[in-house]
Design a protein around this ligand. Structure first.
Ligand code: MN
Ligand code: MN
Length: 497
């Protein structure tokens, strides 16, 4: 039997905008879930997916990808690799496998809702494959993470994390619920597929994959690559949607969706990828800084796509975003190290003499700012005052990002507080942009309680361990310095000299 070429039947076969007879159109596609922008169905039907793929081809390709990634894994003795890995690389793996799989799992339902409520048949088709992609991403990352469970209990967080109220998890959940899960199919697809996936996943999956290869972690590198090969396809859902929005007079609405989600996702990637790239990746194997990766993948590639569509760079680009690329993750790294007991991974400081030199080269002025904070921490460690390196809980957190309120330290001291008073409650924000997002739609955000709010509201068990119990962290799960403070020793001789 001869088969038709895909191109001969594809467009016709996916024309599934049938006229419902048993329910009304409105019941089948409620605007608040499908399209609150009131764009005609005939317009959504123009959605033309850049990647046309059939189920048969999809399954075959995915199977080949899985065989590729899993065979690299079985060829390499992962546990032996892990045991001798640099403490920084261990911290990176622990953080990645606790923080990423559940976001992938969340994406499954985000795509499933696009499949159900999207108005364009082409969009629904692509989102169906996206749903399957994200199941694969969850499975492969949990599988690879779990392999280390016999040597390190931190990897239990690959599964445990989403069932806890650990502060990092609360921060991620707040951001990705906003972007992926609490809006209509059009808005969440623009925020997820365009801003999040096209804008940022390259950082964690391409850039980090290259770092992994240089660190000899071939199976982690292969895993990241196979995930990103799917992202590159289903991230394309965003562009046709934006084109339809723009040609139907909804440019301002589209721009706003991008502006909100770009910032929300940036904060997450800055803290996760930024700290991993500039601190946890062993210096000898580092090629680019976060800033260099952001410049290539975000400032050039993503901006090119944004402008080609007829949108502008977000309003806060020059004043807030670019300075943030130079600063935010340095401050977050300090916070994660000092409050290490509140994380499931064992962070490394990675600020020995050679690392500091690298940081100064990549971020001129680092020594005069964040370096000054590390001077104090180094001093405390050398003097044996380890308790001074663990400030009391809890730090102030941003009511939008859920991350520590921070600024620029040292000689360029620049710490500003932004707040909003609403119905007798004060909301604190780490930046003018976080505050701007809150004020756009206070009803969306005002009920959320940060970890600090929960503490103040008495929602945590009493006693000094109450916060840890609340976050699901038994004593043996709490992070400690991944280098046992040895990194500071290099400064002892200098001090003596
Ligand atoms: Mn994914
Ligand atoms: Mn994805």
């Amino acid at each position: 039997m001869s088969l038709l070429n895909n191109s001969e039947w594809y467009d016709l076969a996916r024309q599934t905008n049938w006229t419902p007879r048993y329910v009304s159109e409105r019941e089948l596609f409620p605007p608040e879930l499908s399209d609150p922008y009131g764009i005609p169905v005939s317009e959504w039907a123009k959605f033309d997916e850049p990647y046309k793929v059939t189920y048969r081809d999809y399954v075959r390709t995915q199977r080949e990808k899985d065989v590729g990634a899993y065979s690299v894994k079985s060829a390499v003795d992962r546990v032996a690799f892990y045991k001798t890995a640099d403490p920084g690389w261990k911290a990176l793996l622990q953080l990645h496998f606790g923080a990423v799989p559940f976001v992938e799992y969340g994406s499954v339902s985000a795509f499933a809702r696009m499949t159900r409520f999207g108005r364009g048949p082409g969009m629904r088709n692509m989102a169906s494959f996206g749903t399957l992609d994200e199941i694969r991403h969850t499975q492969i990352q949990m599988y690879f993470g779990y392999e280390f469970l016999s040597v390190d209990s931190a990897f239990d967080w690959a599964q445990k994390a989403p069932n806890t109220d650990n502060w990092v998890v609360v921060s991620e959940r707040h951001a990705f619920d906003d972007v992926e899960h609490t809006r209509d199919a059009v808005s969440s697809a623009i925020m997820t597929n365009f801003s999040f996936e096209q804008g940022f996943t390259n950082l964690q999956f391409i850039a980090l994959s290259a770092d992994a290869k240089r660190n000899g972690d071939h199976s982690f590198s292969a895993m990241l690559q196979t995930v990103q090969s799917d992202e590159a396809r289903h991230a394309q859902i965003g562009e046709p949607l934006l084109e339809i929005m723009i040609s139907n007079g909804k440019t301002a609405e589209a721009q706003r969706l991008v502006d909100i989600s770009f910032w929300r996702v940036w904060k997450q990637f800055s803290a996760l990828s930024g700290v991993c790239m500039d601190y946890y990746t062993p210096l000898a194997k580092r090629e680019h800084s976060l800033k260099e990766f952001v410049d290539e993948f975000v400032c050039q590639q993503f901006m090119r796509n944004l402008k080609a569509l007829g949108l502008q760079k977000p309003w806060y680009w020059d004043e807030h975003f670019l300075p943030d690329v130079d600063t935010f993750h340095h401050a977050q790294h300090i916070g994660m190290y000092l409050y290490r007991k509140t994380g499931w991974w064992n962070p490394v400081a990675s600020v020995g003499p050679a690392e500091r030199e690298w940081l100064e080269t990549k971020y001129p002025g680092w020594n005069d700012t964040y370096g000054q904070v590390w001077d104090v921490i180094t001093e405390s460690i050398l003097d044996g005052n380890l308790d001074k390196t663990e400030p009391p809980l809890l730090p102030m957190l941003c009511n939008m990002s859920g991350l520590e309120l921070s600024g620029v330290a040292g000689k360029k001291w620049n710490v500003k507080a932004w707040h909003v008073d609403l119905n007798g409650r004060r909301y604190h924000f780490g930046s003018a942009v976080d505050k701007w997002i809150f004020e756009l739609e206070p009803s969306r955000y005002r009920s959320h309680l940060s970890i600090v709010d929960r503490f103040v509201a008495g929602l945590m068990p009493p006693g000094p361990d109450g916060v840890y119990e609340y976050m699901g962290m038994a004593p043996e799960e709490r992070g400690r310095c991944g280098q046992d403070y040895q990194w500071a020793e290099a400064f002892r001789n200098r001090k003596a000299a």
